[in-house]
Design a protein around this ligand. Structure first.
Ligand code: NAI
Length: 500
């Protein structure tokens, strides 16, 4: 076996086993920190032996780059390489504590628009312990939007807010990717998880786009579940799911749950897909406790590499590697993290495991389901442009900080101010309508929303709404924020108050 020991900059792992298939594709490689270099070398060795047509440009990415003052963990050379190759194969990286240091993953995700996180969660029963022997789920998580914009404000003494941003193009990209993934991988069903019974506009948009895009894939069954019951069913009977697509926060949580219940967080790989850049990595971290000991399991990174090879259109090589790996697992050749007495045949180190996979190239598994990656890569499609809808201003929500008051008292104060062509229609406290309806038992915070609306069927003037804000402040009210109310082609673009 040849272990590729990447030198400082450029190493080719190309092997001319089948010169008809592909020219070597340049990729950027990060050997990472902790166990990163050991498991990356293992993967590059397997790729070379399997005939992957890739040319690895190995760069300084991670701790060493941070130490040299690059706050995002990438040197300019690494950045330029990624701009050129558009594919990053990344071993885990440690983010140093300290001000000014930015997580490499966040930097990459945001800078290169990596909108989809794709994590296959598969159980390898009976060779790896799991409560769910038939689990084979792929979680497709939206990666850029939702509450992860990090837009948070403290608005009153008692209240902080976090903005949840969901865009139609963002929903279209991720949902179309999920269906495209299902089609390319011969999967039969895509399930969408949202909480649109509560977040009717934001999660409602995700669900609506899901329904629209599903029509373009009539050969795939599409269904939707509210995320709480969906999560419960995923945890209890994951074998009933195939591909699940969801917004960022639910996907963040449930992709870890799914990997854990498969029994294989250490075996899971993940792909981060953008419109023209993609990054592939293991789910686990740098495992500093076992670094340099030749005992780390390279499987998570290797399976991420399988995803990468398929992304590069080298599905046949991906399949060869994946099947050799499955055969190794069912032959009981296990690293210490998954070794089980009575099930495993041998407890091996990183290098011996790598040798075992290479020795099985060309051999399909006998008991586990063989992998198929021969299809076309998943199409990454930008959302088609939609005509802009007519936006009309119909009112304003004015939020005020008012401690120790009551809804009726606040309404009197607000109604004493000239509100022009808008009228006070509702006051809410933490979203709950408390005026004009009376809710004497509701818990109240110091954070109120006063909704002013134009008469039904008419529009208002945002400039006079701005003057209203000034007048309310002049009357001693502590205005902390405003939100305009619009209709789009006549459809309200705002939710009603809870209980309204
Ligand atoms: P970890 O995943 O590195 O380790 C958790 C436990 O799992 C440890 O006991 C470790 O020995 C074991 N483990 C992990 N991978 C293994 C493997 N391949 N083979 C055998 N055992 C393995 O998580 P932890 O300790 O929370 O994080 C350590 C460092 O990794 C931190 O600096 C963190 O920021 C970084 N990290 C980086 C990630 C990335 O680059 N994508 C993801 C997660 C963490």
């Amino acid at each position: 076996m040849t272990i590729i020991r990447p030198a400082e900059l450029s190493v080719s792992t190309s092997v001319d086993t089948d010169p008809m298939t592909h020219a070597a594709v340049p990729i950027t490689v990060a050997r990472g920190d902790g166990i990163g270099p050991e498991i990356m070398d293992a993967c590059l060795a397997v790729f070379a032996a399997a005939g992957a047509q890739i040319k690895a440009e190995v760069h300084d990415i991670g701790l060493s780059a941070y130490k040299r003052g690059h706050a995002g963990g990438l040197t300019p050379d690494a950045w330029a390489s990624l701009e050129r190759t558009r594919v990053l194969f990344k071993a885990p990286v440690a983010t140093p504590q300290g001000s000014g240091m930015k997580s490499l993953n966040v930097t990459l995700r945001k800078s290169f628009g990596l909108f989809a996180n794709v994590r296959p969660c598969v159980s390898y029963h009976p060779f790896v312990a799991t409560l769910h022997p038939a689990m084979d789920v792929v979680i497709v998580r939206e990666n850029e939007e939702d509450v992860y914009a990090g837009i948070e404000h403290r608005q009153t003494n008692d209240v902080v807010q976090c903005l949840k941003l969901i865009t139609r193009p963002g929903c279209e990209r991720i949902v179309r990717y999920a269906f495209g993934y299902a089609k390319a991988h011969g999967r039969k069903r895509v399930t969408c998880f949202t909480k649109d019974n509560i977040m009717k506009l934001s999660d409602g948009l995700f669900h609506q786009v899901f329904n629209e895009v599903a029509k373009e894939f009539p050969e795939i069954t599409a269904d939707h579940m509210i995320v709480d019951i969906g999560a419960a069913r995923l945890a209890a009977s994951p074998e009933r799911f195939d591909v699940i697509v969801m917004p960022n926060l639910y996907g963040d949580i449930l992709s870890d749950v799914a990997a854990e219940i498969a029994g294989s967080v250490g075996l899971a790989g993940s792909a981060n897909i953008g419109l023209d850049v993609a990054m592939f990595e293991a789910v686990h971290g740098t495992a500093p406790d076992i670094a340099g000991k030749d005992i780390a399991n390279p499987s998570g990174l290797l399976l991420a590499g399988v995803q990468m090879l398929q992304h590069l259109g080298q599905g046949a090589v991906a399949e060869r590697i994946h099947n050799a790996w499955l055969r190794t697992i069912e032959d009981g050749i296990h690293t210490a993290d998954i070794y089980t007495g009575g099930v495993s045949a041998a407890c091996v180190g990183t290098k011996a495991f790598t040798d075992a996979v290479i020795a099985r190239l060309g051999q399909p598994p006998r008991k586990l389901k063989p992998a198929h990656h021969g299809g076309t890569p998943v199409a990454v499609v930008e959302a088609p442009a939609k005509p802009r809808q007519h936006k009309a201003f119909v009112g304003i929500d004015i939020f005020v900080d008012a401690p120790m008051t009551l809804p009726g008292t606040l309404a009197k104060q607000v109604n004493a101010v000239d509100s022009g062509d808008l009228g006070l229609t509702m006051i809410t406290n933490r979203g709950l309508a408390v005026w004009p309806a009376s809710l004497p038992h509701a818990n109240l915070a110091d954070h109120w929303r006063c909704r002013f609306q134009a008469a039904p069927g008419t529009t208002g003037d945002p400039k006079s709404a701005a003057q209203l804000v000034g007048r309310l402040m002049g009357a001693g009210l502590d205005v902390i924020k405003t939100e305009h109310l619009y209709t789009f082609d006549g459809v309200p673009g705002f939710s009603v108050g809870q209980g309204q």
